[in-house]
Design a protein around this ligand. Sequence first.
Ligand code: G3P
Ligand code: CA
Length: 244
Amino acid sequence: MLIFAHRGASGYSPENTMVSFHKALEQHSDGIELDVRLTKDGVPVVCHDATIKRTSNGKGYIHDFTLEELKTYDFGSWYSDEFKGECIPTLEEVLILLKNRDILVNIEIKNGPIIPDHLEDEILHLIYKYECNEKVIVSSFDHISLKKLNQLDNTIKIGFILHHNLIHLFDYIDNSGIKPYSIHPNHFYTNKEMLINAQKRNIRVFPYTIDDLQLGEYYKNLGVDGMITNKPLAFKQSNVFTSN
Ligand code: G3P
Ligand code: CA
């Protein structure tokens, strides 16, 4: 049962910052989930939203800033004064932190409102540079982007994120031309039939985002392979999730 720290340990610290990734490590998460976008000057940075308004003291689209400009904003104070001065991480900084740690890295490609041409190539370049091929899963709601990455390198683990309760989900997967490592469904739509069909295909199921321990226990008993939570510490401290 793998516990992924969603946007780092974002239940205890500002999401998608280095402090949230350090906390996820300290809390013995099995994996870290993070969101990646491309700056104006083509650098993959870690931020969930298309703009910096919610999680920093600035405003504007990530794609309209250079990395140097983005680094001047405070991505910690919105959460608490304790984290004042946290700045936006690059994907490279995160891979340097995690490359020699025993932890999976779930890189979510965030596209929109613009869809950059080179995000997939830039992510691959960093995976190769830091020799993280084995520990990385690249996921996205944008399955076209995952297809592009898969065509560039079909050895990288792919995770389809599924927001909707799709009709004929596994026909869709079987016809996608990708053999995904995992699917990451909204937990609302995670059910036994999905798990049976996934297991037949050797596809892992990691529902998101589950913070309630009772709900987590329900999905564990249903047979999921892992789950994505803002509260890795709570899950890791519970013997329900650490007993096997
Ligand atoms: O990876 C699953 C989850 O992170 C997708 O939703 O909006 O939190 O990126 P969101
Ligand atoms: Ca995400």
